[in-house]
Design a protein around this ligand. Structure first.
Ligand code: ADP
Ligand SMILES: Nc1ccn([C@@H]2O[C@H](COP(=O)(O)O)[C@@H](O)[C@H]2O)c(=O)n1
Length: 257
């Protein structure tokens, strides 16, 4: 019997250094899916399995960025509408596409970047805070519309779509928005019916066809996550012929695909 082990990314870094590919463009992975489908949780699982979570930000070989950081600044009138649940945050126009594209291109060029931090309670980016993204080997970029904009979609080396049914997503979104995003039940349900659900059907769901891998049930799908982690590991090691699995006694074996 074989199980998949947590992967030591230092091997991957050594491989890349030995082969003179240090400093080259990171492997950029887009992770799309409806609201509360589990995009962030899937990214977290991938990072955990690549041994990245307990590491200092500056040392990480895998980093995750959210499309939420690229919500555009609203006008005063739009902020009033947002407070009444009358602004459509699920429409592509709610995002600063230019900033998103420039940032991803900088990341692909191996540059250190400052990314806005989004405040869901006030519908704005924090004025006094940014998140530093240090050059990494793998960059995950997750969000509802990361495959919508062709210029951005074409930058990804791998595209994942987290496909969780809409009842489950709504059941997860309600408590999250009340507890973490400062909303009340009526607001959450009105916003969902008026904007979130129609925009999912018009803008997000049609982008599933661009995905290389569709992950049904999100983070519950440990088989899919393990396969993706192995694929990333293979790419970083320049190994396109096999996946590494480890037997219960710890010896590694390679299984041809
Ligand atoms: N497999 C799961 N089982 C139970 N709860 C989950 C699962 N995946 C995500 N959640 C919860 O659902 C909510 C939304 O998940 P999240 O990963 O943030 O979704 P997204 O990034 O797609 O909006 C969070 O509160 C998270 O803890
Ligand atoms: N001020 C805002 C900005 C965005 N939203 C909602 O967030 C959802 C996207 O984030 P997920 O983590 O759920 O992917 C999106 O559906 C927006 O409706 C918001 O409520 N307020």
């Amino acid at each position: 019997m074989y199980f998949i082990q947590n992967i030591d990314m230092s091997d991957a870094i050594k491989f890349r250094k030995m082969n003179g590919i240090e400093g080259k463009a990171p492997f950029l992975i887009g992770v799309a899916g409806g609201t509360a489908s589990g995009k962030s949780t899937v990214c977290k699982r991938i990072m955990e399995k690549l041994g990245q979570v307990d590491m200092d930000q500056t040392q990480r070989q895998v980093v995750c960025i959210s499309q939420d950081s690229f919500y555009r600044e609203l006008t005063a009138a739009e902020i009033v509408k947002a407070g009444q649940g009358l602004f459509n945050f699920d429409h592509p126009n709610a995002f600063d596409e230019g900033l998103m594209e420039r940032t991803l291109n900088d990341i692909l060029a191996g540059k250190k970047c400052e990314v806005p931090v989004y405040d869901f309670k006030n519908h704005t980016t924090r004025k006094d805070e940014t998140m530093t993204i240090y050059p990494a080997d793998v960059v995950l970029f997750e969000g509802i519309l990361v495959f919508f904009f062709p210029q951005i979609r074409n930058l990804f080396h791998m595209k994942l779509f987290v496909d969780t049914d809409s009842d489950t997503r709504l059941a997860r979104r309600v408590p999250r928005d009340i507890i973490e995003r400062g909303r009340d039940l009526e607001q959450v349900l009105n916003q969902y019916m008026n904007f979130v659900k129609p925009a999912f059907e018009e803008f997000c769901s049609p982008t599933k066809k661009f995905a290389d891998v569709i992950i049904p049930r999100g983070a519950d799908n440990t088989v899919a996550i393990d396969l993706i982690v192995h694929h990333i590991w293979d790419i970083l090691h320049g190994n396109s012929n096999g996946v590494r699995m480890v037997s219960e006694n710890g010896s590694a074996t390679k299984i041809s695909r």
